[in-house]
Design a protein around this ligand. Sequence first.
Ligand SMILES: Cc1cc2nc3c(=O)[nH]c(=O)nc-3n(C[C@H](O)[C@H](O)[C@H](O)COP(=O)(O)O)c2cc1C
Length: 378
Amino acid sequence: MPAFNDKLELRSGVTLKNRLFMSPMTTQQSFYNGTVTQDEIKYYADRAKGLGAVITGAANVQDGGKGWPGELSIAHDEMLPELSQLAKAIQGQGAKAIVQIFHGGRMTHRATLSGEQPVSASAVAALRPDAETPRAMTVDEIHATIAAFGVATRRAIQAGFDGVELHGANTYLIQQFFSPHSNRRTDEYGGSREKRYRFIKELLDSVFAAVDQYADRPFIVGYRFSPLEFEEPGIRFDDTLWLLDQLKTSRLDYLHMSLNRYDRSEKGAADTRSMLARAHERLDGSMPLIGVGGVRTRADVEGVLQSADAVAIGQQLLYDPTWAVKLADGLDDAMLSADFEDALKFVPLNKPLHDFASSMVLGRKARQAAYRKEHPAK
Ligand SMILES: Cc1cc2nc3c(=O)[nH]c(=O)nc-3n(C[C@H](O)[C@H](O)[C@H](O)COP(=O)(O)O)c2cc1C
């Protein structure tokens, strides 16, 4: 089992000084058009110390991929000066800077898109309260979106980031193409699992073509995925293991499994080990796997590293910005241990961040309860 402060050498040639990542967390602090704000730069700089790498919150690669107000954007060259300040602020604290690039697909709203209808693989609404029915993308639109991920990678390189993370998780567009719930296409981008993977394969080609053309230094490309969907039909863990078999032969530097609890297992499966442990076994050392979800203490870090090669920390860093420094210095007693709901009352977050964190932490529970009421489990 690796130690959290062991170096991590990535395939691209970048070496991280340790195995701690800040998990991507959107903070809704960007300007209306997605330009990074000084508040946001300070927020990341305050949290970067002691980490091997910071992964920013999701940044949309096209205007039509914007998921929510206040989101980061990497869709236009005019964003480059502030993106560059953000990368430098993170690197100034000794961490590598990785920008997460994404498209919201059907998980957005007309209100966020100035009246435009959201798009996805197919015209199927998500099974969520307040979901809108998207419009199915034409093949030309698919090609344009794949190209936009390549252009976003070029911008990340020019802005001075150390890498990009492709957001293939949390039900956004990349996942929507792989999912049999959101992808009902009958052309070359839909149907069998192989065909639903085509979007991801072409995306990797587009991103690595940008790396080859523009990067004059080793540049990280990571990929985040969610192991399961609750929809029927939907992605099952077996599909995810198949996806890993495809991705492990690619040039990716790392894979990142998105989970709320790192030790979660697949409900009802004969194999009761955590999904993280099973994915790690499947990858068999072919590329590093990052685990995440509920990490608050040194014991959690060690728990993740039993089944993964690196650890991502989300909310603990949101509330406890110097947590990674405390971990390195053995100041475990000084780590924030209050429930996040309680922490909201006394941790000094600025107003937009406080409001957003509370809507994420408190609103998630309320939304889940409302959804379960409308869709009782069969
Ligand atoms: C406020 C907030 C914003 C988030 N935004 C993103 C995001 O932009 N991209 C992403 O992949 N995950 C996002 N997540 C999920 C986190 O990266 C992480 O997977 C999740 O919070 C579980 O880890 P934790 O228990 O350490 O917080 C967000 C979570 C929170 C709480």
